[in-house]
Design a protein around this ligand. Structure first.
Ligand code: 6CS
Ligand code: FE
Length: 304
């Protein structure tokens, strides 16, 4: 990483809040991908996220839900590195790299309803930086503490600029009760630099419970005072798009109802990974893609 890094973080002594240096909605890159209305684009730009209810119909959701459950059954006892266990209960918390491990998810990342929104916002061709299912099981699903994804991807993966977004497809209903995504509107305009150096192989811990790259409480309070906190609830089939630097997290799920979502992280083809901060060893391919990067092409609408 260059010494004049606009987004320093993981420093030994101090936390800080810095202004974003990158656009949120990029100028069209010659692709014709108009999926969003003017209002939707403006709302994404202002808030750092956009909720699109019912983007997938109930038949599609049922099919994707079964696919997700089948993957869990197949992977749970197979000793796969892509499976992350819940702290405590040992239930499946996440499975990573699902777009490379499963044909249905491989096809889903190319569905124009999601891919073309990513291309429209990022103003270029895109590829998948990371994909995962977060199962958040009933009773035992633990929280995801407040964080900016970009802070991790910049420092641990060497992602140069804020030109990536997450797309979360809800595969169960996400209610106030089962630990839905919480976002701080407007927080994507501020970069929260975090105190604390990154140990080797931090991902093995952080994907269960994040302890490094955790924002300072005073800065979180500042952002929440400015923007408030919004819970992203919706029926299965709803899709949430959010900027890579939007401050977000979710509570644990003590309800009986699982909150299971599939996440795709689209990154601009012009924003591929470099060397991580402090010359850390790059994280493995199943968490952060570096190999065989190719721009995604939209698929025909039929997902199966
Ligand atoms: O380390 C990562 O890349 C992941 N960690 C969190 C808490 N969110 C985004 C991403 O899956
Ligand atoms: Fe996240």
């Amino acid at each position: 990483m260059l010494s004049q890094d606009a987004y320093p973080t993981r420093t030994p002594k101090s936390a800080a809040i810095l202004a974003r240096q990158d656009p949120v909605v990029y100028a069209p890159g010659g692709l014709n991908d108009k999926r969003l209305s003017k209002d939707q684009r403006a709302s994404y730009e202002q808030d750092g996220f956009l909720l699109m209810p019912d983007l997938f119909n109930q038949d599609e959701v049922a099919f994707l839900f079964d696919t997700m459950q089948n993957m869990r059954e197949e992977f749970t006892h197979a000793g796969r590195k892509e499976v992350i266990a819940e702290p405590g209960s040992g239930e499946v918390r996440s499975i990573f790299n699902v777009h490379r491990l499963n044909d249905i998810f491989a096809n889903l990342v190319r569905d124009p309803r999601v891919l073309n929104v990513a291309r429209e916002i990022l103003g270029s061709e895109v590829y998948i930086h990371q994909s995962r299912i977060n199962y958040k099981p009933g009773f035992t699903g633990k929280e995801f503490y407040w964080h900016s994804d970009f802070e991790t991807w910049h420092s641990e993966d060497g992602m140069p600029a804020m030109r990536a977004l997450s797309c979360s497809i809800l595969l169960t209903d996400n209610s106030e009760a089962n630990g839905p995504l919480m976002v701080i509107p407007g927080s994507h305009q501020h970069y929260v630099s975090c105190m604390g150096e990154t140990p080797d192989e931090n991902y093995k811990k952080s994907l269960k419970k994040q302890e490094i790259g955790v924002p300072d409480e005073i800065l979180l309070r500042y952002l929440a005072d400015l923007g408030g906190i919004k819970t992203c609830t919706g029926k299965a089939g709803t899709v949430i798009f959010f900027d890579c630097n939007t401050m977000h997290g979710s509570n644990s799920n003590i309800s009986p109802f699982p909150r299971s979502n599939v996440f795709f992280v689209y990154n601009s083809i012009d924003n591929q990974l470099q060397t991580p901060i402090n010359d850390l060893v790059p994280r493995p391919e199943f968490v952060a893609a570096r190999q065989g990067i190719k721009a995604l092409t939209p698929s025909p609408l039929d997902i199966d």
